[in-house]
Design a protein around this ligand. Structure first.
Ligand SMILES: NC(=O)C1=CN([C@@H]2O[C@H](COP(=O)(O)OP(=O)(O)OC[C@H]3O[C@@H](n4cnc5c(N)ncnc54)[C@H](OP(=O)(O)O)[C@@H]3O)[C@@H](O)[C@H]2O)C=CC1
Ligand SMILES: O=C(CO)COP(=O)(O)O
Length: 340
């Protein structure tokens, strides 16, 4: 019998582990690459990722590995679950090995300086690869615990979408397809910023009206920004837009929410990140988003307010006061050309 080709997952964190387990549970051999040999050894012997996903059993089909070149050589389909700060540095030296591969980014971040999304970096590094993204309301812990979940694979390459659906879609994990890679990926990156704000609001004991206002105005703001960049606003009504915004802004399992909660409790940004010990992409995204929204002259009061608290020494009380005094503009942009 012909041996099945393995699928690669890059990144030994919580999401990489969750995706590797899903693929393995669907019957695929998985090479799960991580940089830390000690971690790989622990995962091989204990069948658990105690640092990032304690208590979740690693499927027998998952092989934790540390040789990146061999992993890329052996696999045609490659899921990238690295933090945005590491993706380029890890994959640029491997550019030759990526020719003709199917690369699917699950990373939700933006590159400082270039404002590139991760799949755009992959495209730049490997112009002869086929590129897609996976995004949606997908808290790693819940995916790993087999909570019923839906996600979106997005690519201009329909055959890639079908292939990703075929390997990932399963009993507990639904995979929808979209041709709007840019919109799907942008939604996943932007919502992290608003999850920080939602975490702060929760720590301050704010009510349900406030939480709803925050999520809805966040959606208005991120859609306005996306449209300025040429994205289709309708994509933001899907799983990777409003879906991911809802889960990340309502769940204490979100790391971005946790950072916001810690800030709301009075911790400094440094201490909030230190206490988390995992990636919270929203902090870096906030910096680049604030600069880009100013360049593009897009009105983003929540982004401006959070930036003022985190990086300009404003207090939460001052910013809330300013936000509540600002002129209320239209409820939903894009309904008519006048916006009203
Ligand atoms: N967790 C979630 O619920 C979801 C996360 N995502 C996205 O997935 C991406 C990864 O997040 P997640 O898995 O949660 O992160 P974690 O914080 O759980 O883990 C980060 C992982 O990245 C590794 N890493 C960091 N720097 C490097 C590097 N330079 N080279 C190689 N590996 C490196 C870490 O390795 P080490 O331990 O050796 O430092 C660790 O394995 C993020 O963009 C996130 O937004 C998307 C959907 C859901
Ligand atoms: O993207 C996520 C859920 O869809 C995970 O969010 P956090 O990175 O905030 O944990």
């Amino acid at each position: 019998m012909k041996q099945q080709q393995p699928i690669a997952v890059l990144g030994g964190g919580s999401f990489g582990t969750a995706i590797a387990n899903l693929l393995a549970g669907n019957g695929h051999p998985v090479r799960h690459w991580m940089r830390d040999a000690e971690q790989a050894e622990t995962m091989r012997s204990v069948r658990e990722n105690p640092r990032y996903l304690k208590g979740v059993k690693i499927h027998a089909n998952v092989e934790p590995v540390t040789d990146l070149a061999a992993t890329l050589a052996d696999c045609q389909l490659i899921f990238v679950a690295l933090p945005s700060s590491a993706l380029r540095a890890v994959l640029q030296p491997q550019a030759q090995a990526l020719v003709g591969k199917l690369l699917v980014s699950t990373t939700k971040g933006v590159e400082p300086g270039t404002f590139k999304l991760m799949s755009q970096i992959l495209e730049e590094i490997a112009p002869q690869a086929r590129i897609g993204v996976l995004s949606g309301p997908n808290l790693a812990r819940e995916v790993a615990d087999q909570a019923l979940t839906a996600s979106v694979v997005a690519s201009e390459d329909e055959a890639l979408c079908r292939q990703v659906q075929a390997v990932l879609h399963g009993r507990t994990f639904r995979v929808y397809a979209s041709a709007d890679r840019f919109g799907v990926e942008l939604g996943g990156a932007l919502k992290n910023v608003y999850a920080i704000i939602a975490g702060m609001a929760a720590a301050l004991g704010m009510g349900e009206n406030t939480k709803s206002m925050l999520i809805t105005r966040a959606l208005a703001e991120m859609t306005r920004f996306a449209v300025k960049l040429g994205a289709n606003p309708m994509t933001f009504l899907g799983l990777a837009g409003v879906g991911d915004l809802i889960v990340t802004c309502s769940s204490p399992k979100s790391r971005n929410y946790q950072v916001g909660f810690a800030l709301g409790e009075g911790l400094s940004l440094e201490d909030a990140i230190g206490r988390l010990g995992e990636v919270a992409e929203g902090v870096n995204t906030l910096k680049v988003l604030k600069a880009r929204s100013e360049e593009l002259q897009v009105y983003m009061p929540l982004v401006t307010g959070l930036h003022a608290i985190l990086f300009e020494g404003r207090t939460l009380t001052q910013v809330i006061e300013l936000l509540m005094r600002a002129e209320p503009k239209t409820d939903v942009d894009f309904i008519s050309p006048s916006g009203f």
